[in-house]
Design a protein around this ligand. Structure first.
Ligand code: C2O
Ligand code: CU
Length: 491
């Protein structure tokens, strides 16, 4: 925001900082007029994302097409909010875990070590990898026991926004802090910041803490809490509560958002300003969509472009707003500020037209597709306990869905419960259909199935990666309570 040659730089910085808190822009404006400095139009302010940018994992391999990293599942004490630090589960001691970033077609090699006192694994959410690398015990590998190691080694075939998390006791472990971003750029490198805006990756999450900042037991609240799905406080963006982001007014920014919370849906609001969604689960969309209040379900991703507008030195709250996913999700609940966007003195001139270049989606056809019908259900077990399931039975009693390589299936998932469920399939993208049964032309891996008999219909075509592939509700409390199943894909 201040140029290197600005004599008033440090003072300006201080005053600007103070004015953000005091909401007292006058001093800063006065100072700007009396000094030689000014905002640089066409760029974000210096240090615009310092509070939110996540560090990248160190690459141990000099080959530009191999990202070789070490990840350690370990406990760590981190400061999440005022008061004592919190003893968390982490990847390599940070929250979120280190960000992994490579290019489409590159190889990712992860030396994973489990230093927790319980078994775990890493699942690479959304990545079309070979079955033994999917990190979903007991089907694709045995759990990584305390003190053990496992090497994940695969090629990333698609550009897009992905993430990683454990697949053992996942509601508890994700809820305790285990997740990280995995970004895959196109082969030519990151898309132009000039066209799409300066980019920030934002991992959204929440963590249940008690008054002493200690983790709350993962089964707190009993079956009612399981039925609802446990949402925690504080709500975090890149592991921080209410951090600052600086923005040049009217200048495009690109936010790649990942919902890594165990149960919370994120409906977003930036003072009513419009977002353009340019990407989703599987990279850039073939057609960008305007949206005022994007909703990102647990496990889902959204690549959003925004041009923060407003009065100089004002700040805009980027908020979580309640989304109706069933009883208790909106009643008596108020918005929560995720981070604040502090607006610059100067304003950008007309930006270049937004032109994301996406590969057009080849539309799958329902003709000849094998129908697969599923219902998301709940029941009371013989001992009176709550069991969630699919087609009336919990995961441990379910039979896998048979599929063969090359086959196309038409799934109809009907939600028989009074709570919505974000449905996730491992290993394959699918194409949701609209009400007329026509593909919406987007590849997805995690999609909301609305409550009270809501339906999700999609087409999936299986390529040559046989194995046991899981699908489940990404409200991880629901998955752990039995709302999971498997596709048994054979040659
Ligand atoms: Cu993101 Cu089976 O999970
Ligand atoms: Cu669910």
């Amino acid at each position: 925001m201040w140029r290197g040659n600005c004599k008033a730089g440090p003072v300006h910085r201080l005053v600007e900082h103070a004015s953000r808190y005091l909401r007292w822009p006058a001093i800063c404006v006065a100072l700007c007029f009396t000094s030689t400095c000014g905002d640089e139009i066409g760029r974000q302010p210096a240090g615009w994302d310092d509070e939110l940018r996540m560090p990248l994992a160190a690459d141990l391999d000099p080959d530009p097409h191999v990202l070789e990293v070490e990840l350690v599942a370990q406990e760590a004490d981190l400061q999440l909010r005022p008061g004592p630090p919190t003893h968390l589960f982490t990847y390599s001691g940070s929250l979120p875990g280190p960000m992994l970033r490579l290019r489409q077609g590159d190889r990712l090699l992860v030396h994973f070590r489990n230093e927790l006192s319980e078994p775990t694994s890493i699942h690479w959410h959304g990545v079309r990898l070979d079955n033994p690398m999917d990190g979903a015990p007991p089907h694709t590998q045995t759990p990584v026991m305390p003190g053990e190691t496992f090497d994940y080694d695969f090629v990333v075939p698609d550009a897009g926004t992905f993430w990683y998390h454990p697949h053992v006791r996942s509601a508890a472990q994700v809820g305790f802090g285990m997740y990280g971003a995995l970004i895959v750029d196109p082969p030519t490198g990151p898309e132009s910041a000039e066209l799409l805006g300066d980019e920030l990756v934002v991992v959204l999450s929440d963590i249940s803490l008690d008054d002493d900042n200690r983790l709350v037991e993962p089964d707190s609240g009993g079956e009612l809490a399981t039925l609802f799905g446990r949402e925690g406080e504080p709500v975090l963006a890149n592991g921080k509560q209410r951090a600052w982001l600086l923005a040049t007014r009217g200048l495009r920014q690109r936010w790649r958002m990942i919902n890594a919370s165990r149960s919370r849906y994120f409906q977003l609001d930036l003072g009513g300003q419009p977002f353009t969604q340019i990407g989703g689960d599987a990279g850039l969309l073939s057609k960008p969509v305007e949206t005022a209040a994007p909703v990102i379900v647990p496990g889902g991703r959204a690549d959003l472009v925004v041009e923060p507008a407003g009065t100089a030195h004002d700040s805009l709250p980027m908020q979580w707003v309640p989304f109706d996913r069933g009883f208790g999700s909106t009643e008596f609940r108020v918005p929560v500020t995720l981070f604040s966007v502090s607006l610059s003195e100067t304003e950008a001139s007309e930006p270049l037209p937004l032109s994301p270049v996406a590969v057009p989606v080849e539309l799958l056809s329902a003709e000849g597709a094998t129908p697969v019908d599923l219902e998301l259900t709940q029941r009371t077990a013989l001992d009176g306990s709550l069991e969630l399931g699919i087609n009336g039975v919990p995961f441990d009693e379910s039979a896998p869905i048979p599929a063969s390589v090359g086959e196309t299936q038409l799934w109809t998932v009907t939600n028989r419960m009074a709570f919505s469920h974000p449905f996730h399939l491992h290993g394959f993208f699918f194409q949701p259909l609209d009400e007329d049964g026509v593909s919406v032309g987007e590849w997805r891996d995690t999609v909301d199935v609305p409550r009270d008999d809501g339906k999700l219909r999609f087409l999936v075509r299986y390529d040559n990666r046989p194995g046991m592939w899981m699908f489940h509700c990404h409200i991880l409390d629901h998955a752990d309570a039995g709302m999971m199943g498997m596709v048994d894909l054979r040659q």
